[in-house]
Design a protein around this ligand. Sequence first.
Ligand SMILES: C[S@@+](CC[C@H](N)C(=O)[O-])C[C@H]1O[C@@H](n2cnc3c(N)ncnc32)[C@H](O)[C@@H]1O
Length: 398
Amino acid sequence: MLPDPQKGLGRYYSYLNSAVKIIGSYQGHEPLAHFLKNYFSREKKYGGSDRKQVTQLCYAYYRLGKDFADLSFEQRVLLGLRLSSKEIAAPWNALLAIYKVPETFSGAVFPWKDQLSGGIDPAAFEHSFFVQPDLFLRIRPGNEAPVIKKLEQAALPFQKEGDALRLPNTAKAGEVLALNSEAVIQDLSSQRIAGFLHRFKSLALDVSQISPDVPGPGSRVSVWDCCAASGGKSILAADVLGTITLTVSDIRPSIIANLKKRFHEAGIKNFRSLVTDATKPDGQLSRERFDLVIADVPCSGSGTWSRTPERLHYFSTDEIKTYAGLQRRILANVTQSVKPGGFFLYITCSVFRAENEDQVAWLQQRGWVVKDQQVLEGYKLKADTMFGALLQKKANFI
Ligand SMILES: C[S@@+](CC[C@H](N)C(=O)[O-])C[C@H]1O[C@@H](n2cnc3c(N)ncnc32)[C@H](O)[C@@H]1O
């Protein structure tokens, strides 16, 4: 007797139906991860492994972006699953056949390739949407031996790549390590922003010989992180630059509250925090001049969409214009707070030229000198893709 291909598939049909139901009610107004968390906390019937399966199916659907619009929800889920899985379990293969899912890859999952920043490989970038990025830790100075020992004792698998540790996306590092104190969770490309900070450090020392306003050895560097969020780049700056006079600000009071908690854990005590809109002069800040202003600006986040593929699905190109406009207003305002001869570090997690090189070009037209500019390509490394540029204000600027 031939085996019945539908036998034992009940559970898998049920996962698929649950995913399709969730996708039908999700509108993209909040991160999918939040939506799923709330959904599963209301719907108690799902156990841990059911939640995992249904979550994977929902993400698989969004990994196709807006492409394959002529397929049914079920077909899209299954196609996304096939394209994002190294190996596919037999029941899913059976469902792929039952739903007649086409064997295809269109090359139109990320249709905005002409707007990519220079050097990004469009095909490799598009393929990265089918790969779940890893989790990265940055070991804080002086903590390498204890961090590695604790991970080994807990049998958490990891790979060491410079100061970065690569772990599986699901690793519960917080159960093993004192996060923020011994190590911070920080994507690999975000950690590579350290390269710009090292460059600043060496340039600031050179400049101190020409401009007494810019600090030399022994003096404290003044840094303003004007879009600080919970302080990822500020903690990195403190770790790379050593003792600094640090000012942090963000437009959101709640995130500044998170930052304070995180700084406490990180042992960063000497800092000033403000809630302020970086597009507008702030009474107090606008009278001050800093050696380094860091602007890790709000952006499309397109370099992080393999973690949040729902953004790929709901994105509209109007957003590029909106973000580029907001970034321009931030640039126009905060660059005034850099000392003559001082530096500006511009950062995005976007892959779009309009948010990256075009903004740097605008500053160049205003007399800023580019010292370094790079796309930090994470898409081939199971990491985010970011952009950074270090610029110097001419010494005769006012
Ligand atoms: C990309 S995040 C910064 C991430 C942070 N630097 C880190 O490493 O964790 C951008 C931040 O800019 C803030 N932001 C958005 N608009 C702003 C504005 N007009 N003024 C100041 N901050 C703003 C957001 O609240 C958000 O926290």
